[in-house]
Ligand binder design. Structure first.
Ligand code: APR
Length: 238
């Protein structure tokens, strides 16, 4: 009996980029252990002290410029290509990460639900553009010319994540949901596994250690993403 299509949705978090040298948020030594997210990653913080928020994101952007995709990113890009080439079903990669490492590895069906650090947006006219440089508070928007309007295209706490309609639509049809390198502490991303289970999907957690919602998953594998992800993806394609 031929196997029907198997639609895959993958959700990644900071753990997939940890071995590329980019910090996670809630591990020991994580970003939120050093900085207060309420002072740096909210619209109120930006309104109160835009220079401080821009300095924080400019530093993270500078740190990202030299970062390289790792074996986990490449394994996911290869899985996507093989899955789609073989017509085995749909494939969607939703990332909470604002880095460009999935793109570097060749992932195409990619949705950045928390925005992208290498993009800058004008709060006056909405102009969105790739920007690998420093966001200057006094710089003029390249499109509308207004100043003091530029911000990182990153979703802050209290703001609506991007692409939720598309994500929930994919989760309605998903057969296999894999959460990789995420602590399962931030919503709505942490609830995607429940949507997947409602759709009857098999759910997998690949991370360094169990997160907040690990008991919900049908299958779990723990270890560094650069080992666990290629291993799991290889067996899936086998
Ligand atoms: N390999 C695999 N997993 C790892 C590795 C690694 N080398 N290192 C850490 N991890 C796992 C941790 O065990 C943890 O479960 O990655 C997860 C990182 O969790 P968080 O730091 O909470 O990051 P994340 O889940 O992506 O945070 C979600 O919170 O602050 C917001 O917008 C921010 O997108 C972020 C969201």
């Amino acid at each position: 009996m031929s196997r029907g299509p198997e639609n895959i949705v993958i959700l990644t978090g900071a753990g997939v980029s940890a071995e590329s040298g980019l910090g996670t948020f809630r591990d020991s030594g994580g970003l939120w252990a050093k900085f207060d997210p309420m002072k740096l990653a909210t619209p109120e913080a930006f309104a109160e002290d835009p220079e401080r928020v821009l300095e924080f994101y400019n530093a993270r952007r500078a740190n990202l410029i030299d970062a390289k995709a790792n074996a986990a990113h490449f394994a996911l890009a290869e899985l996507e290509q093989a899955w789609l080439m073989a017509g085995r079903g749909d494939f969607g990669l939703v990332t909470q990460n604002i880095d460009d490492l999935h793109e570097q590895a060749g992932s195409a069906s990619l949705l950045h639900m928390h925005g992208e650090l290498l993009k800058t947006r004008c709060t006056a006219c909405g102009h969105l553009f790739t920007d690998r440089g420093v966001i200057q508070r006094e710089a003029a928007c390249p499109k509308c010319g207004q100043t003091r309007t530029l911000r990182p295209h990153v979703v802050w706490f209290g703001e609506m994540p991007l692409g939720l309609d598309q994500i929930y639509k994919a989760l309605e049809q998903v057969d296999l949901f894999i959460a990789i390198g995420t602590s399962g502490t931030v919503y709505p991303a942490a609830s995607f596994v429940l949507e997947a289970k409602r759709a009857g999907a098999w759910t997998v957690e690949l991370s360094l250690e169990p997160g907040e919602i690990s008991e919900v998953f049908d299958e779990t594998m723990y270890g560094p993403a650069t080992e666990v992800v290629p291993d799991w993806a290889g067996r899936k394609l086998g």
